[in-house]
Every structure is written in structure tokens, then in C-alpha cells.
Design a protein around this ligand. Sequence first.
Ligand code: GAR
Length: 203
Amino acid sequence: MNIAVFASGRGSNFSAILKAIKKGVIKADLSLLICDNPKAAVLTAAARAGIKSALVKRQDFTHKEEFENRIIQCLEEEKIDLIVLAGFMRILSPEFVQKYKGRILNIHPALLPSFKGAHAIKDAYEYGVKLTGVTVHFVDEEMDHGPIILQVPLRIKENDTLESIERKLHKIEHKIYPQAIKLWTEGKLKLSQRVVMLKDILS
Ligand code: GAR
């Protein structure tokens, strides 16, 4: 089974997924990194780990369709079964999502459907919520939207700062994303299944 991670930035989730694969928690290969940002640290992480990466920059293509066709070509070359979005800061077209329906996962640092977008942690913090969290979901045609697979809450304490919340949320992400991917690779997730109870997987 071949997994492709799509990322645009730091790549801490990429590294957590790779670690889970190396430990045999996820029985699959991390065959490809798709990255759209030449300055992303995730590219260095992939190179260090000997994982093949493809830098596909949106600005190199006139139309979004051409950009995505190049990505599809890379995915087909590596016979990718599952796409894992890990901080990929581009919205995939409805055509792309349809093509890989049920085979694209995303992680988001908030309790969806609250605080969608690229600045979820800051937005939730500035709003003053007392409870935030992390969501892993199947991707559909809308941004940060689709059937929820896992959702873990984080209670915000009085002495928390934006930085401490970020740290705690990333720690949760690195734990639950590999778990969700494991479930998918084991065929335990169905697109129609909207919620997986945590007791089934984290105990
Ligand atoms: C993660 O916190 C992920 O949840 C978020 O981007 C970060 C990537 O971090 N994704 C979104 O906000 C999606 N809307 P990483 O590069 O260290 O894995």
C-alpha cells in the first residue's frame, strides 16, 4: 500500500507519519511527498529520510487543472492508494477530490466545523474558546470539510498561551493522524461512517 503526503510547510505531521510507518504501526509505504513550496522544511525532512518528493509549484502552471494533472501524474507513477494532507495549503478542485473520493484524509487543528482555514489555532485562541482540539476527516469538495474520522478535544486553561496551545495541539496531531491512517490502511474506515469512537482505537 502506497501513501502520498501533501504538505506545504514544516512537516511535523509528515515526520510523525513516517515514524509510525518505520515502527510498523502503519503497514504501508510513504512513497511520495507532494510539496508546492520550495522553501518548505518538509522537503528537507523527506530528503534526509530518503523519501521521494515532487515539488509542484502552482505558479509554474497557467491553470489549476494543469497543476493538478502534474500531481496526478506523480501519484500514478508511484501507484498511490491514499493521499494524506498534512498542512497542504491549497484547495483541491472538485474534480480532483472526486477522482480520489474516500482516499484523501486531512488533519485540522480545531474542532471542525469551527475555525476552518489556515489560521485555526490563532483564530480559536483570539475568539476565546475554552475548548478546541484536532480533527481528522475525509476530504470533500469544501475546504476543511468532510466526514469526520477522529476528533480529540483540548481544554484551554487560564495560563495557556497561543504557543502552549499550539504545542499541545501538535502533540495530539502527531498521535491521532497515524492512528487514522492506520485505520484506513486496515480497511476499518468507510466513507459513510461519520464517526469512529475513540475508545476503539486509543485504548
Ligand atoms: C498542522 O497543524 C495541520 O493541522 C494544519 O497545518 C499544520 C501543518 O503542520 N492544517 C491546516 O490548518 C489545514 N487547514 P506541519 O507542517 O508541522 O505538519
